[in-house]
Ligand binder design. Structure first.
Ligand code: GLP
Length: 252
């Protein structure tokens, strides 16, 4: 794992955009996107580079990591609506280049399996942007999800529903289930960029990078991936035992 520690959120966004930009420049690019607050400054930075003519997203298709079950696509808190608002509209990616499972499908289990097949059919993800939950989840793979999981219907923990309730009027409005790419599905992305900012992520990040490979911390599965870049600010990096060593490695 490459671990890059940056002074603040703005520097994290620039470094993450630098990691994604070369792939966006290819004629076609399958870009895996996460929702949540962590990647938003990176999306803004990519939008800034698009506005200045530095980057062009016409060959980019985006693929959602996960989607709430039970919310129609048009719901303002569906991840489809969220990614439009946070990213794709600003870089001119049309709606028919946004791929994701339909959380409102009649059979969400079949929908999950279908999305997994779709990811394979399109040739897989070139670069996957990830955040990390306070409990170490990636996508909606909560602790004790199978490390071998494919795209599936996941039950959200109370902590995750509580954390995400800031986007809803009340906690009872937060869906209890979601369709998420599984940990094995995510691991098939050719490259992965995980973004972590703020002190609330520090223990999950330390467990993901330095803890044992364990379903207790789903993000630890990334230790097995050959091309992962973790970009953290100082606050998120504060519990890393080997922080000095990561700094030394990235300087050489
Ligand atoms: C959500 C999403 C994840 C995201 C995580 C952290 O539950 N399913 O993809 O990484 O929360 O979100 P935030 O970046 O807002 O802390």
């Amino acid at each position: 794992m490459r671990v890059l520690i940056e002074p603040d959120e703005a520097a994290v966004a620039r470094t993450a955009a630098n990691a994604v930009a070369p792939l966006v420049r290819h004629a076609t690019c399958n870009l895996g996107v996460a929702t949540g607050s962590s990647p938003v400054p990176t999306y803004r930075e990519l939008a800034r580079r698009c506005a200045s003519g530095e980057l062009n997203f016409s060959g980019v298709h985006v693929f959602l990591l996960d989607e709430y079950a039970g919310l129609p696509q048009q719901h303002p808190q569906s991840y489809f609506s969220t990614i439009r608002r946070d990213f794709t509209t600003a870089v001119g990616i049309p709606d028919d280049h946004i791929h994701g499972p339909d959380g409102y499908a009649e059979n969400v289990f079949e929908e999950a399996a279908q999305y997994d097949r779709h990811l394979t059919e399109v040739g897989g993800i070139d670069v996957q942007i990830l955040g990390i939950g306070r409990n170490g989840h990636i996508g909606f793979n909560e602790p004790m999800s199978s490390l071998a999981s494919r795209t599936h219907v996941a039950v959200l923990t109370n902590q995750t529903r509580q954390d995400n309730s800031r986007f809803f009027a009340a906690i009872d409005d937060v869906p209890r289930r979601a369709i998420t790419q599984g940990l094995a599905t995510i691991s098939e992305a050719r490259s992965i960029v995980l973004i972590a900012t703020g002190p609330a992520k520090s223990s999950a990040l330390a467990a993901a990078i330095e803890g044992p490979l364990s379903a207790r911390c789903p993000a630890s599965v990334l230790q097995l991936h050959p091309n992962v870049t973790i970009i953290a600010d100082e606050e998120a990096a504060q519990d890393l035992e080997f922080a000095d060593y990561y700094r030394q490695r990235s300087a050489h």
